[in-house]
Design a protein around this ligand. Structure first.
Ligand code: SF4
Length: 364
């Protein structure tokens, strides 16, 4: 008889009611009572209880895993692990079938978690980049130590430093093939710090959100942002900040902060699995710069461009904003942001001081 069955018998003998995910076992006057969604058995002897539990082994190992392996010591870890395998939505039989047959997958930012179970219901977690979903584990660099995630999260695939841990530019090519429950949560938290606790608080309705105006107001020297940007249609500038930085294409968090308690931004917060509770330091640093720029008055300049040249300037801005520059090949001369096309435009339109059409940037 498995130790999971012994553990259930011991628990009910001690007077506890064993109950989880459709399984219920208790000690009553007439013997033991066992209930699953498929059957209810009353008046069982200890031996009969053990035999019957063996017939419902998946329920028994499921109880053991959540009670004795995961436990209750960290409610957020437990809630996250249950979310990973859809334990609150999927019945044990259906869930175990999936856990044995290729596993249950879920995405967390750019992470893909696959959970499988062995014959004893012991879970094993495979963690990799979503883009490596179909890759053979042999083709990827293997890691076992959760803290190795720190190094993997430092640079993007072009080797550039990632200032924002939740930026949508996590590099792939690695796998943690068999983490246990605790190490999975630690690795996930190393890739995306505080993502599990904030997700959990959101589930519990206790996520405390710090809106733009409160956060900026707390920053030394940032009152000028509020002064500069709150004139007229106050939150328009903040819409642009959110569109520039917090879009799903840039950051995997779901922005929950708004302009202030009463004013929502017009930009959607995105579809991320876990929330963003306050403007991050990258957004604050960028806003400092934008404040200065937005304080300038507009000027009227006069340039003469052909329609294609105007279109090309727009294409270049689009390509830079969408980080597509490296994807535009030298031979793609039909692309406005192609390097030769840009060099041709510069050769034709810039004077020796780099002024577009010879028009000086500053007032003469
Ligand atoms: S403020 Fe925006 S960019 Fe920064 S972490 Fe939150 S959602 Fe991402």
């Amino acid at each position: 008889m498995g130790h999971h069955i012994d553990a259930i018998v011991t628990a009910v003998q001690a007077g506890d009611t064993v109950t989880l995910d459709g399984l219920s076992v208790e000690h009553a006057d007439a013997g033991y009572r066992l209930e699953t969604p498929d059957a209810t058995l009353d008046g069982l002897s200890e031996a009969a209880l053990s035999d019957t539990l063996a017939d419902y082994d998946d329920y028994a190992t499921n109880w053991y895993f959540w009670t004795n392996v995961v436990g209750e010591s960290s409610p957020q870890r437990r809630a996250y692990l249950r979310w990973v395998e859809g334990a609150d939505e999927r019945a044990v039989t259906d869930r175990y079938e999936a856990l044995r047959d290729g596993g249950i997958h879920c995405e967390w930012g750019q992470l893909l978690v696959t959970v499988t179970a062995d014959d004893h219901g012991e879970r094993s977690y495979d963690l990799r980049h979503v883009d490596d979903a179909d890759a053979d584990a042999d083709e990827l660099d293997t890691y076992h130590e959760p803290l190795a995630a720190r190094q993997l999260a430092t640079y993007d695939e072009k080797g550039r430093y990632r200032p924002l841990k939740t930026g949508a530019n996590l590099a792939g090519g690695w796998v943690f093939p068999e983490l246990d429950a605790r190490d999975l949560v630690e690795a996930v938290g190393t890739f995306y710090p505080a993502s599990v606790p904030n997700w959990y608080r959101e589930q519990e309705g206790t996520l405390d959100i710090e809106h733009w105006e409160d956060t900026i107001g707390r920053q030394t020297g940032m009152y000028s942002v509020i002064d500069t940007w709150n004139r007229g249609d106050g939150h328009e500038h903040v819409n642009w900040v959110a569109e520039a930085c917090c879009d799903d294409s840039q950051c995997v968090k779901r922005r929950e902060w708004q302009y202030d308690d009463e004013t929502d931004l017009d930009i959607d917060g995105g579809t991320g699995a876990f929330p963003c509770r306050e403007p991050c330091s990258l957004v604050i640093a960028a806003s400092r710069k934008w404040t200065r720029l937005e304080g300038e008055e507009t000027h009227t300049y006069e340039f003469e461009l052909t329609p294609s040249e105007k279109q090309q300037v727009e294409d270049i801005i689009e390509a830079v904003a969408d980080d597509r520059i490296d994807d535009i090949r030298e031979a793609d001369v039909y692309e406005g942001a192609n390097r030769y096309r840009a060099r041709f435009l510069r050769a034709k339109l810039f004077d020796e001081d780099g002024n577009l059409c010879g028009v000086s940037t500053d007032d003469e």
